[in-house]
Structure formats: C-alpha cells, structure tokens
Design a protein around this ligand. Structure first.
Ligand code: ATP
Ligand code: ATP
Ligand code: MG
Ligand code: MG
Ligand code: MG
Ligand code: MG
Length: 304
C-alpha cells in the first residue's frame, strides 16, 4: 500500500524510549486497582480469602500458558509478578507491549474464571482491573533479591494481618483499637498475642498465606545417579540449554551469570524445539521458600 501523507506519524512511535535493555531480566508486576474496596464489595474473608487467592493463581497460570517466554511468576494479595528471561525477545522487548499484554491477559482470565471461584456472585461494574509496570534487573542476584523482597513483604503483611484480624474477629476489638494494640510491636510480640490470646500457632497457618505462590515450568527433575549415560537426549547440555527464548540471541551476546550454564546461541530449529518443550511443560503452583538457595538449586532450568 502506498504511504499516505499521514504515514510520517508512525516514526514518532519509534522515538519513544520504550525498548527494555537487552540482557536484563524483565519483571512485570501487576497490582489490582482499588482492591481494598473490591474486597469489601464482594465480602472477601479477612485477612485471607482463599477463593480470591486461588482465582489470582488460576489467572496467572492462564498467563504463563499463553506466554511461553515467561519463566517464573510470584503472587501475593492482589499482586502478581511475571518474569521474562533475560534473553527474551518478545515484542522486541518493547515495554508497553509486554506490560499491556500481560495485564490484559491476566484481567481477562480473572474475569473469565471469577464464577468458578465465587459461585453465585455476579461481577458488576466497576470491573476488576490491574495496573502493570516493568522493571529490569541486570543480574540473577538482583532478580533473586526481588523475589525475596516480595516474599518477605508477604510474610510481614500476613503476620500483621493475621494478628490484626484475630484481635477483631476473636478479641472483639474494633479496627482502631487493634491498630493501637499492634503499634510498635515486633514479630515475636505478634506470635505471642496469637498463641497466648487466641491459641493460634502462626507456623501452622496455610503455606499459601505465609509464603505466597510461585509458578514455574515443571520439567522432570532428573536424578543424576539414575541417568543413562549414553542417551543423547539426556546429556548435560539438554539440562543447561533450555534457554532459547524467542529468537536466538545474536552471536557473542551469551555472557552468563553464576546460576546459568553455558549459553551458546541456539539454531532457529533448536530454539523452536525448546519453545515447544516449554509450552508443553506443566505449570507448577507452589507455596515454598524462594529466599534460600534450595529452591533455585533444585530447579536449575528456571534461570538457565
Ligand atoms: P491500589 O489501587 O493503589 O493498588 P488497593 O486498594 O488495591 O489500591 P493494595 O495496597 O493493592 O490497595 O491492597 C490490596 C488490598 O486488597 C488489601 O487491603 C488486601 O488486604 C486486600 N486483599 C487482596 N487480596 C485479598 C484476599 N485474597 N483476601 C482478602 N483481602 C485481600
Ligand atoms: P498482531 O498480534 O501483530 O497485532 P494481528 O493478527 O492481530 O497480529 P493486526 O494487524 O492487528 O494483526 O490485524 C488484525 C486482524 O484482525 C486483521 O486481519 C483484521 O482484518 C482482523 N479483524 C479485526 N477486526 C475485525 C472485524 N471486526 N471483522 C473482521 N476482521 C477483523
Ligand atoms: Mg497499586
Ligand atoms: Mg491494589
Ligand atoms: Mg497490592
Ligand atoms: Mg492485532
């Protein structure tokens, strides 16, 4: 089609600073808009409505399934963080496209699946929506510290909220009194209030409430001792070379962080094969510690 005299405006789009730096981990964090009000409107259980958390997790699984470039996701409360591999070239790493695709896909699933988790409660306007932002992290350590930051936040908020709502629901206090009671208290004080006054052992609270939810692609963990030595499909490189995301990385761009393996660029066919493998892998939904090394050491493919 011939260019119209208006076509020149398209060039403006390319002048906006929108491309995320190459070779950085991309985290897209979504957060529910006005969920304080929404939880009141739909009478969420306080402090944790299990249906609402299950719905958040189901929507996130939908996003992971539709975007095979995602390697990891972590959710708490009304927020979800999605991680693209540092080699990902989806949408040429344009921030607006990545953020809007994740936010709209998540929101669509949230609304689509609502009825499965809140049977008999119809959604009415204003409809749930989620804002999104993209943050780049240049090293695996930064990315892991990001995950740790969110999980520590989950723990601190949950311990506070569990105690706050016990004071109200079982202790008969109003919000102001409960807030005053907890002012200046440290973690040990809250554990003690829960245990002594309400017979609640915080350690026995559900893992999903205490640790949040981590999603990753569940490749079969291999037992190195049981591995047949001569099987070319199972040699060491297939373990460390799951990384082909989108188009293969350009030659010479394969600098590696401590947790990755070798990162030779893959051919297009190889890249496509790995992409299919990722697409087929089940998305695991777990409530585990992501701060200590163990989670990452047992699943080296996630960040490789
Ligand atoms: P904003 O639009 O600025 O994000 P917000 O009202 O969503 O405003 P947040 O800081 O995101 O504020 O807090 C989310 C609110 O939703 C908190 O009050 C939190 O307790 C509540 N909430 C989220 N998920 C659940 C849940 N599963 N059960 C009960 N309450 C929840
Ligand atoms: P991308 O993900 O790159 O946007 P796309 O397949 O969505 O890929 P577009 O350039 O956005 O490509 O084109 C949208 C396509 O959807 C066109 O083929 C267009 O004809 C079709 N389409 C959109 N709206 C309608 C409609 N109301 N009726 C029929 N076809 C439609
Ligand atoms: Mg917000
Ligand atoms: Mg919110
Ligand atoms: Mg929030
Ligand atoms: Mg289109």
């Amino acid at each position: 089609m011939a260019n119209s005299k208006y076509e020149y405006v398209k060039a403006f789009e390319r002048c906006q600073p929108d491309i995320l730096l190459p070779n950085t981990w991309i985290v897209i964090r979504l957060d529910g808009r006005g969920f304080h009000k929404l939880t009141a409107k739909y009478e969420f259980d306080k402090p944790n409505d299990r249906r609402a958390l299950d719905l958040m997790n189901a929507a996130a699984v939908g996003v992971m399934t539709e975007l095979p470039d995602l390697v990891l996701a972590y959710g708490i409360s009304d927020e979800y963080s999605f991680v693209f591999h540092k080699d990902c070239m989806l949408f040429e790493r344009r921030a607006a496209k990545l953020i809007t695709t994740i936010a709209t896909t998540f929101t669509s699933y949230y609304i689509h699946l609502w009825g499965q988790y809140f049977a008999g409660t119809a959604l009415t306007p204003p409809m749930p929506s989620f804002d999104g932002r993209a943050v780049m992290y240049p090293s695996v350590q930064n990315l892991r510290d990001y995950m740790s930051w969110r999980q520590v936040d989950c723990h601190i908020n949950n311990l506070y909220n569990t105690t706050f709502w016990a004071l109200i629901q079982q202790g008969g206090m109003d919000g102001t009194a409960a807030e005053k009671r907890l002012m200046g208290s440290v973690a040990a004080d809250k554990h003690e209030i829960l245990f002594k006054e309400f017979s609640i052992n915080y350690n026995n609270e559900p893992e999903m409430f205490k640790k949040g939810t981590v999603l990753f692609r569940d490749y079969e963990l291999e037992d190195p001792a049981a591995k047949p030595a001569a099987d070319p499909e199972l040699d060491a490189s297939s373990q460390t070379q799951l990384p082909a995301r989108g188009t293969p990385a350009p030659k010479g761009s394969g600098t590696l962080d401590a947790l990755s393996g070798t990162n030779a660029p893959l051919s297009k066919t190889q890249a496509e094969k790995e992409r299919k493998k990722r697409q087929k892998a089940k998305v695991a939904v777990e409530h585990v510690d992501v701060i200590r090394d163990e989670f990452w050491e047992r699943r080296p493919w996630i960040l490789s």
